[in-house]
Design a protein around this ligand. Sequence first.
Ligand code: CIR
Length: 253
Amino acid sequence: MYKNVIVKTPGKSYVNGLTTSDLGTPDYEKLLEQHEAYVEALKKCGVSVTHLPASEEFPDSTFVEDTAILTPDFAVVTNPGADSRNSEIKEMEAILKGFYKKFYYISAPGTLDGGDVLKVENHFYIGISERTNEEGARQLKEILESEDYKGTVVPLKEFFHLKTGISYLDNNLIVAAGEFINHQDFSQYEKIVVSNEDEYSANCILVNDYVIIPKGYEETKRHLNESGYKTIELETSEFQKQDGGLSCLSLRF
Ligand code: CIR
């Protein structure tokens, strides 16, 4: 069960953030509405929400997931691979000091974004991407193994971040799209397979009794409901425009 989440309001500078999508410029008012709905959904899941104010100097900082890897016992402060985002970790480290005593750090030349790290019970999968390099992945694996967790490094072929295309629910069940559907590293899991056109919905989050999913992906929703999960659907258009998904918008622990 998760007790806490950390979220951060997007600033007006969000529209100047990084993106590879061609979905247009985000609408700030709509973005705020979508973010508020996200926070409300988390509250419905029964977690306590630490809500940080916007930071105009960091356009992408609403995507807090990239700044830390959290376990029940310790926090790992990442070293985000995009220069414009790297200093987002300072605020997050200070906030996490209110929750954690034990800290580890990913350090240069290693880079690592939290979006590249998927936790499956005691096993962490670490994607190598445009943002996370081999050295960053190696450092995280070493940290995890020193704490009796398992770490597996997964070089990505297509996805932006590892979790862009895969989510873990529970009971050995994964939601997978694209390169992860038949990926050897995930062959031991049961899968909800997401088609190419619904790929965006592979990034969903189980928060206690609900799976929060993007709105408009009926097939994924149906599979989740048939597997026994209650779902909360959210509008995500303005996050999607900046390459963001539902997992990116919170740290959950
Ligand atoms: C970025 O390029 O860093 C942001 N526009 C999107 C980050 C999304 N984060 C994630 O997938 N964990």
